[in-house]
Design a protein around this ligand. Structure first.
Ligand SMILES: O=C(O)CCC(=O)C(=O)O
Length: 269
């Protein structure tokens, strides 16, 4: 654990205000470079097979197989990240998503959007129920497609937030990140992906954590039984709602059993 309980409290206060926090240089670079190497192979395969969820021109969403370097509990069970996740989204969360967003050269600005609708239409926005923990597999600069987000719109009615954005009262902020940085965000904040103007892909990992009682049918992680059995109790608990499969050979399709391709296609609200 890098941070004290008081620091976790301070991060969660910042999160409540802004809808996100950034932990600088949190994950070891060598761990992430191993992810990058494995991801580059996966990206090439998925592009060749047309087996990505397309999120705009030259922009691909790809579920990671829960195996090998990607099934690393030092990453998805990180105690500082979970301490903040639990403060803002309640105790005993579930992990429901392990995937990547990758703009390539030729990608464009996405429409500004939230990743999920409100829990209850017509009522004030609730506390957080769905979080994304994002970390890039490269440095993210102004050139290669920084995530842009508004601050504080996660607790606003979505029409009010959109009007305030369109009216210029609430600006977008580009979030440059170094390899090793981690962003924890509420997926209701208005945001967008931006163009990657370089030749190198810009993979951003997304780990989804939900409130203990919340279920997202559009995403899941296929957890190979043998991989699950090697995990510690905290990691197993986080994955309690995820389907287990016979072997890692079947993992990572990001879809309902037997299908090839991604099932998370509606992503903008
Ligand atoms: O990759 C990014 O920078 C943002 C992508 C995004 O917001 C999305 O696809 O919903």
């Amino acid at each position: 654990m890098r941070y004290s309980s008081e620091e976790h409290d301070a991060y969660s206060r910042d999160f409540e205000r802004d809808g996100l926090v950034l932990l600088k240089q949190h994950f070891p670079k060598d761990t992430l470079l191993a992810w990058r190497q494995a991801f580059d192979t996966l990206l090439a395969e998925r592009l060749a097979d047309n087996a990505t969820a397309v999120r705009g021109a030259n922009r691909h969403y790809i579920t990671l197989p829960f195996a090998g370097v990607f099934a690393n509990e030092l990453v998805f069970c990180d105690p500082d990240v979970l301490a903040i996740v639990e403060r803002v989204a309640g105790e005993d969360p579930v992990m429901c998503q392990l995937a990547t967003d990758t703009p390539l050269r030729g990608s464009t600005y996405q429409d500004v959007h939230r990743d999920t609708p409100a829990l209850f239409d017509g009522l004030p926005e609730t506390p957080s129920f769905q979080l994304a923990v994002n970390f890039p597999l490269c440095d993210v600069t102004a050139e290669n497609g920084p995530f842009e987000t508004t601050l504080g719109t996660h607790r606003m009615n979505s029409e009010d937030a959109m009007q305030a954005y369109l009216g210029g009262q609430i600006p977008l902020h580009a979030i440059p990140m170094e390899l090793g940085d981690v962003m924890i965000r509420d997926v209701r904040a208005l945001h967008r992906g931006t163009p990657n103007r370089t030749d190198a892909p810009r993979p951003m990992v997304v780990i989804g954590y939900s409130r203990s009682w919340y279920f997202r049918p559009e995403v899941h992680i296929d957890v190979p039984r043998d991989v699950y059995q090697q995990l510690g109790p905290r990691a197993q608990r986080l994955l309690r709602s995820m389907p287990q499969i016979a072997s890692d050979g079947e993992a990572g399709r990001g879809s309902t059993a037997g299908q090839r391709g991604e099932s998370y296609t509606k992503f903008a609200y």
